[in-house]
Design a protein around this ligand. Structure first.
Ligand code: MD3
Ligand code: FE
Length: 217
């Protein structure tokens, strides 16, 4: 019976899954670090709270955002860019927690990217119904650097497209503790998140938090 139970355990260890030539899903890779990450994240949000940024077109983004690290991704009527200060406080963003730096470095190395040292961590907060429309991440200086993302809380369906907006997308389930590494030719693929389904996660409640670690500068 034990084997069967394990097979159906949603958090049983799984092998890395290549979802593209240079894109790897590491299921549950962050689980051992979650306990250390949550207090660090609470500290970040205490000094730089989640906010709804405006798109350059003037629409309010549904997903709440904040940042930690030397640089933070911001959006307003002027456009998208990285800023060393939080526009809400005019102070530097909270420091990147060591636990995130370590996790991102280890995940990137497993995917074949040695010496990844992110200077920016975008923190996205989704509530049920929130989605992220198809986009590319192209506000960073060096596209040869990978991106590492960590999913926490409610599960989501991630959409992975191609290099043009109208190419077909594949759906990838992302769960609490999953880590994704994107590099090489996959780095500039279109991607998005379907509307979050209602639910309650035992650790985070009715939220999904996604951390995206990048070398932006
Ligand atoms: C694929 N966040 O913040 S993370 C974003 O779940 C973003 O909040 C999503 O897209 C989220 O920009 C997806 C996974 C991810 C991150 C970067 C990528 C996938 C990517 C870059 C290229 C291709
Ligand atoms: Fe993105």
């Amino acid at each position: 019976m034990q084997t069967e139970l394990d097979l159906f355990d949603p958090q049983s260890p799984q092998q890395p899954q290549w979802v593209g030539p240079h894109a790897v899903l590491l299921p549950g890779f962050a689980l051992p670090q979650v306990e250390a990450m949550l207090p660090a994240l609470r500290q970040v949000v205490a000094s730089a709270p989640f906010r709804h940024m405006l798109t350059p077109g003037g629409l309010k983004m549904a997903v709440g955002l904040t940042n930690c690290g030397a640089l933070g991704w911001v959006s307003d009527r002027q456009g998208y860019r990285y800023s060393p200060v939080d526009p809400l406080s005019n102070r530097p963003w909270p420091a990147m927690p060591e636990v995130l730096l370590d996790l991102a470095g280890h995940a990137a190395a497993l995917a074949g990217f040695a010496d990844f040292s992110p200077d920016a961590c975008l923190v996205n907060c989704y509530r049920p119904g929130n989605r992220l429309s198809l986009h590319q991440d192209r506000d960073e200086q060096d596209f040869s650097q990978p991106i590492v993302s960590v999913s926490l809380g409610l599960p989501a369906v991630f959409l992975l497209g191609g290099h043009r907006r109208n190419e077909p997308t594949q759906r990838i389930g992302l769960r609490h503790g999953d880590v994704l590494v994107w590099g090489g030719e996959d780095r500039l693929r279109f991607h998005g998140v379907l509307p979050l389904k209602p639910g309650a996660h035992p650790v985070l409640g009715s939220l999904r938090i996604n951390l995206t670690l990048r070398k932006a500068g």
